[in-house]
Design a protein around this ligand. Structure first.
Ligand code: EPU
Length: 352
């Protein structure tokens, strides 16, 4: 375990906010976490509140954190093959993309579209991370947790996790109570690429030739490579520019709201409104488009900015942005989108 007081969190959040935590506790196994938290002499000394982080890639620390940051260092990838199926148990502290790379290397399908998403496996299960037509919840069979209220191990089936678009029960009714210690996913050796999102198919055909797709000869590693390239072109390189990926969720709106947006677009000559069908008759309008049409793409003010290739991403433009600068930019973007289109953007990034 690693226990530190008054520690700098700059290296533990991809936004690179220079904030401190009163305490940081990293643990190496579910058993260790359980025994630490049940040892009342130890746990009663920990500053409160407790807050669990993964790779710190979907967070905005809005100031110093007065409590204890928990972080998993449970790191194993344990596969069991069963015919074409491959059941994989992943420790919550495994870097998600290390798992995706491992799966692609072994020729297993299922995780390739989720390549290069920053963060760790535990957070992937909480956040239901998604990209290029796939979500973590699509491959999760079950999630192993420690219930810190009753100090017992609980295994939730994937179907019990309440997965939706960037949603799960771990962010709602189970928040602060269940800590994910391992994630069980199902991959497959059976040929099953998922190429229907955006330009994934075209990008693959361009790189490897369309015969590879027509003759069903693609490999998960090839899909992974193309996904990585698409991401690198659109999203800031985490080692160069601080950000937390998409800052806002894509809004799902009623047909009447969509019609209003289309009217504004027509009046102001903004071109066709991109939209995709969602559940329950709702329509998804990309937040990136709404933000771009409000003129924010590539905008920088002080140390905070909007990424030039993907306006859904707020960046720490100089590396010196303060939480207040990011929050000020966030609220200006939200107000302008609401004023122009009547849509209230909701942040995807958790504010702490
Ligand atoms: N768009 C613009 N301008 C831009 C970029 C995009 O108008 O500069 C519009 C276009 O209409 C485009 C549409 O937005 O077709 C969708 O863009 P993109 O495919 O880049 O995806 P996104 O909806 O903006 C979501 C996820 C990303 C994920 C991509 C790819 C959310 C909040 N974001 O973004 O996830 O990588 O799809 O699947 O759902 C993240 O969560 O941190 C993240 C990066």
């Amino acid at each position: 375990m690693n226990l530190k007081y008054n520690t700098d969190l700059g290296g533990m959040n991809t936004f690179r906010m220079k904030v401190k935590a009163a305490c940081l506790l990293e643990y190496d196994s579910a058993e260790e976490l359980s025994s630490l938290l049940s040892d009342t002499r130890f746990s009663s000394e920990l500053p409160l509140p407790l807050f669990h982080i993964g790779g710190g890639s979907n967070l905005l620390f809005t100031g110093d954190f007065p409590g204890t940051i928990l972080h998993s260092r449970i790191r194993f990838i344990e596969p069991v093959e069963d015919g074409d199926d491959v059941h994989v148990r992943i420790g919550s502290g495994v870097v998600w993309d290390d798992f995706c790379a491992w799966a692609a290397r072994n020729g297993y399908w299922g995780a390739e579209n989720l390549s290069l998403i920053p963060g760790e496996a535990g957070a992937a299960a909480v956040q239901n991370i998604g990209a290029y037509g796939k979500e973590a919840g699509d491959i999760i069979e079950s999630v192993e947790c420690l219930d810190i209220q009753d100090n017992r191990t609980v295994v939730l089936k994937g179907s019990e996790c309440g997965y939706g678009y960037r949603e799960s029960r771990f962010k709602n009714d189970l928040k602060g109570r269940y800590i994910v210690t391992a994630v069980n996913v199902r991959l497959t050796k059976k040929y099953s690429p998922d190429l229907d999102y955006g330009h994934v198919r075209e990008a693959l055909a361009e790189r490897y030739g369309s015969a590879v797709i027509d003759e069903r000869r693609l490999t998960p590693a090839q899909v992974r490579e193309v996904i990585i390239d698409i991401r690198r072109n659109k999203l800031p390189a985490p080692e160069e520019t601080g950000s937390a990926g998409s800052f806002f969720r894509n809004p799902f709106v009623l047909p009447e709201q969509y019609a209003k947006v289309a009217k504004v677009a027509e009046k102001e000559n903004l071109g066709p409104v991109p939209h995709f069908p969602g559940d329950d008759g709702l329509i998804k309008i990309p937040a990136a488009w709404l933000i771009e049409k409000c003129g924010w793409k590539g905008y920088v003010e002080g140390n905070a900015g909007v990424y030039r290739n993907q306006p859904l991403v707020i960046i720490n433009a100089t590396g010196k942005a303060t939480p207040d600068e990011i929050l000020a930019l966030e609220s200006k973007i939200v107000s302008s989108v609401r004023e122009k289109f009547g849509i209230l953007l909701r942040p995807e990034v958790e504010h702490i």
